[in-house]
Design a protein around this ligand. Sequence first.
Ligand code: ADE
Length: 352
Amino acid sequence: MSGSSPSHAKMTEPHDRILSGRALPDDDSRIEASIRPQRLSDYIGQNRVKENLQIAVEAARSRNEALDHVLLYGPPGLGKTTLAQILANEMGSAIKVSAGPLLEKKGDLTAVLTSLDARDFFFLDEIHRLQPAMEEILYPAMEDFRVDLIIGQGPGARVHPYQLNKFTLIGATTRAGLIMAPLRSRFGIVHRLEFYTPEDLLRIVHRSAKILDIKMDEDGAFEIARRSRGTPRVANRLLRRVRDFAQVRAKGVIDLGVARDALSMLGIDEHGLDETDRNLMLAIIQKYGGGPVGLNTLAASLSEEEDAIEEIYEPYLMQLGLLDRTPRGRVATGLAYKHFQLEEPRRQPGLF
Ligand code: ADE
């Protein structure tokens, strides 16, 4: 990636759950990077977002201007980083990458901002975890392309306004609700990424298999796609694990039987749920009478972080209709009882 700065290339913390949408800092993420689409025309799914971005890119290019600032939000693994890189490619620009928690000192942020050339991109992942002092720097940078450099200390300190080149900030977050209005309002383009349909995931699995030279039939591919919890990063990861299984236990070809056996060995059920998803739902049902149960109680009983529950596990469980978030806590739905073949207790009307 041209122009990316290694000191800002570190992304989110490691998280080794196979179904987690989070990036992995190992071989997997290298392969992930190698199969990432480079242009909007190669990017599968998210059609509404794609069309809107295509128009914004074409318009900015024809005016020879920087693209407006873009905020992308949605669950992890749906392609926010990929889209940022694609936008930079489409604009023929360099991109620098960082993340909210990595920017610890004001100087970290001003150093990146002042290094950007005209129309360059700055991708800021986990923007909801930016310190307030950094947000204060971002406001004039985004709006007026200005940073106020403080020269000296104490009573003699002086403020020097510094004119930045017109750049594009791409903010990404899994938690749009945590972004304060003044920051949010400075993005001209705001898009939410949705979970992918099994059909789009099928196309992604085929595309990746072709790049990685993996032999697979249609039924095998669909089985992987359909159990990938709507998330391309998960689909690509499962594809590689099923390929390993096919090589060792079968003849190197992924068909329906191989895919089923491999996925069940990985502990992934018919709906793409893994052990942690099941533990979460079963805790609500069996330990807390179906809920409502508070997030902190649930996190403690599962030994999981609240953030991970909210950002990774719950969005898909809610999408499947197994879990509801209510003001009083998390609740297992009737469908969840059916999914786990458990009898739903009769609730007193009006209890929640
Ligand atoms: N690989 C990961 N996400 C993708 C997408 N949306 N389109 C094509 N390939 C992908």
